[in-house]
Design a protein. Structure first.
Length: 319
């Protein structure tokens, strides 16, 4: 399924969190999106990572809010009183990225929400190790509970290799030590079991289709490649090579659990240990999120994906 393109028609409100300063906008399809700006400090590479990692997550059966390209016309949000945000809007005229807004969603709280099933936790840990996502830790879980389902958000920090293409072939097969900080690692008891089916879903043709959805304009300023086509081909080659070398990052995650067997036999104790490591962590279920609190919106619309929070997810994905 190709990413759809919509136009932002109403600037609802800025979401003053994180370095990217996303905003809630209404588009010409009648839906609301959390828009991430191409002109933000992280630059378009963060949006490239959002598309590639988000679409791979969906391909693996995980719940990721629907992605869309959002065209921002000049002058939208001109009444915004904050000068920094006005400058960001002006710098982002053109193509940006949107994630479907999930009204009334709450930040996932590992200590208060129902425990994540092992197969789901293992799939998420495998996925984050594959896309080298450093940003799903107890300090910043980047997971939401919406309608009793677990949703994954904010993948702009993934695929960090693409900030320096000088040794990407070597890094495609690298381990991922940061997986030891993953918020769901205490429940990921079946990483080796989920590995074969996840690899099979990452067919090279599917990876090519996902990379093809990245707008040309976000790939034009990379001096390591002669043209956009070569740049896309390198992304596909990296993703395919990393899939084929999954044993290395998979074993890294398993080793991380084995290095702390006592903690990881007791997930609640493991999370208390993580809280000591991340002293600034906050697990409040009312923690502010780019998807909460909600403005008025029809809650009926969301990307149709298979259920994955309840035991039905295991039946649908691992039977």
């Amino acid at each position: 399924m190709t990413l759809k393109t919509v136009e932002a028609v109403r600037y609802v409100t800025p979401l003053r969190e994180g370095g990217s300063l996303p905003a809630l906008v209404e588009a010409d399809d009648g839906q609301q999106y959390v828009m991430k700006f191409a002109g933000a400090g992280q630059g378009p590479k963060a949006l490239v990572a959002e598309i590639i990692a988000g679409r791979i997550g969906q391909l693996l059966g995980l719940r990721v809010p629907e992605l869309a390209l959002i065209e921002l016309r000049e002058g939208l949000g001109r009444s915004e009183p904050h000068e920094e945000i006005r400058d960001l809007l002006n710098a982002s005229t053109g193509t940006n990225l949107g994630l479907r807004y999930l009204p009334s969603a709450l930040a996932y709280n590992p200590l208060q929400s129902p425990p994540v099933e092992s197969l789901l936790a293992s799939t998420i840990v495998w996925f984050d190790a594959y896309v080298t996502n450093v940003d799903r830790t107890p300090r910043n879980v980047n997971m939401l509970m919406w309608r009793q389902q677990l949703w994954l958000i904010d993948h702009g920090a993934a695929l960090y290799f693409h900030h320096d293409w000088s040794d990407w072939e070597e890094r495609a097969g690298a381990r991922f030590p940061m997986i030891r900080e993953h918020a769901l690692l205490p429940w990921a008891e079946n990483i080796r079991a989920v590995d074969p089916k996840l690899r099979l879903r990452l067919e090279t043709s599917s990876l090519e289709a996902i990379v093809a959805e990245v707008p040309d304009v976000w790939l034009q300023d990379e001096g390591a490649f002669a043209d956009v086509a070569a740049h896309r081909a390198a992304y596909v080659a990296y993703l395919a090579a990393r899939r084929d070398a999954a044993d290395r990052f998979m074993e890294e995650a398993i080793d991380a659990r084995q290095r702390h067997p006592y903690d990881y036999d007791h997930p609640r104790r493991a999370l208390h240990r993580s809280r000591r490591i991340h002293q600034r962590a906050s697990f409040s279920s009312a923690a502010p999120s780019a998807f909460w609190p909600p403005p008025s919106m029809d809650e009926g619309a969301c990307v149709p994906l298979r259920p994955i929070w309840t035991s039905n997810w295991c039946a649908n994905n691992w039977s």
